[in-house]
Design a protein around this ligand. Structure first.
Ligand code: KG4
Ligand code: ZN
Length: 343
């Protein structure tokens, strides 16, 4: 019987997170996944303040690690995995340096994980999602369509040329006085709105790729907000319109990506994984589910706690790389953080 147990660390934005994930013959198990959200610390500023974030990571990371290890029953560990980017550099350095020190103290190998790769594989924490699959990653920092062919084998089919989807939700919510983070507030406000009342622009019409753009929508929404939004109903109508416009764009590009994916592979019923914090939006999910069904894909969304930033997905990405390279892989001193290295 084989078993691998990995400590994961995530600190690239405004969440400090530590998790322990094990894979054995019975499957993949999240033994613990603890998160300290800094949302309250950044709220007054209407967005994440990098210095406050970095200092908060320093303050909390050791306690979180202790807690994650205790909750997992102080397991024997085989590997440490930490986010090595992209993200706010101050936070990334805190998590990575902590991971290096921990790996040194315990004489464990260490692997640096690309944060997006964590999101890309997160669906495999709770379900046996087979490669290749199509991924729509929609978070506060990212908006991408990827063909996930295997561990470490990703083809980007489309990305945003300006804002991420969550960023669009947050910025438009801010203009409408809905507070931070704006995505959930905007979704709630949209419930009683009429999406057809305001005319909003369709982005990148005529382009045949899978790229996204939300800045035109943001500008249009801001203009309407200042000129025409006076009552609660006006605000609800604009929220509903904005949400529908974002949904329409995500649907159009996903539809195109599904057709591209189909041309490249012959798998039957491939998975369409929707990950990232914005995947929490139920209206978007419904629209994307319909698109997936139309194209013969099966929509899979990781549970919300693994959709938003967390360390279990980082531990899993480390685990999958370690499995692929073979336990006890030798240090690669040339590429350093991108492969498994002994401290
Ligand atoms: O994945 P995540 O926790 O952090 C990043 O890696 O960015 O995503 C956070 C983003 C925020 O922009 C937030 O407003 C958005 O996800 N979000 C939502 C909803 N819940 C969270 N956007 C739309 N509707 C929601 N229900
Ligand atoms: Zn993220």
């Amino acid at each position: 019987s084989s078993s691998l147990t990995v400590l994961g660390i995530e600190s690239s934005c405004d969440e400090t997170a530590v998790a322990v994930v094990r894979r054995d013959d019975a499957g993949t198990h999240v033994l613990s996944s603890v998160i300290h959200s800094q949302v309250m610390q950044h709220k007054a500023f209407g967005g994440v303040v990098p210095e406050i974030a970095a200092r908060s990571h320093v303050e909390t990371i050791d306690d979180l690690a202790r807690q994650a290890l205790a909750e997992a029953g102080d397991p024997g560990l085989d590997l440490v995995a930490a986010t090595s980017g992209p993200g706010l550099i101050g936070g990334v350095m805190v998590g990575l340096s902590f991971a290096k020190g921990f790996a040194l103290a315990r004489d464990l190998p260490l692997i640096g994980i690309n944060h997006l790769e964590g999101h890309a594989l997160s669906a495999r924490l709770t379900e046996d999602v087979q490669f290749p699959f199509l991924l729509l990653l929609i978070s506060g920092g990212h908006c991408q369509l990827l063909s996930v062919k295997g561990v470490g084998d990703y083809e980007r089919l489309g990305t945003t040329i300006d804002d991420a989807a969550g960023e669009a939700f947050d910025k438009i919510a801010k203009v409408l006085g809905l507070g931070y983070p704006g995505g959930p507030a905007l979704e709630a406000c949209a419930k009683t709105g009429d999406a057809s009342r305001f005319t909003l622009p369709r982005a990148l019409l005529g382009r045949k790729d899978c790229d996204f753009s939300f800045s035109g929508l943001k500008t249009a929404a801001a203009l309407i907000a200042h000129a025409e939004v006076k009552t609660e109903q006006d605000r609800a109508d604009l929220c509903a319109g904005v949400q529908a416009a974002i949904a329409r764009q995500l649907v159009e590009r996903s539809d195109r990506a599904m057709k591209l994916f189909r041309e490249q592979t012959t798998v039957t019923d491939p998975a369409f994984v929707v990950a990232g914090g914005v995947a929490a939006n139920l209206a978007l999910r419904a629209a994307l589910t319909a698109t997936a069904e139309k194209n013969g894909f099966v929509l899979k969304a990781p549970p919300l706690k693994y959709c938003t930033d967390n360390a279990a997905m980082i531990a899993l990405a480390g685990l999958e790389h370690y499995e692929k390279l073979g336990k006890g892989a030798l240090p690669d001193t040339e590429t350093g953080m991108s492969t498994i290295a002994r401290p």
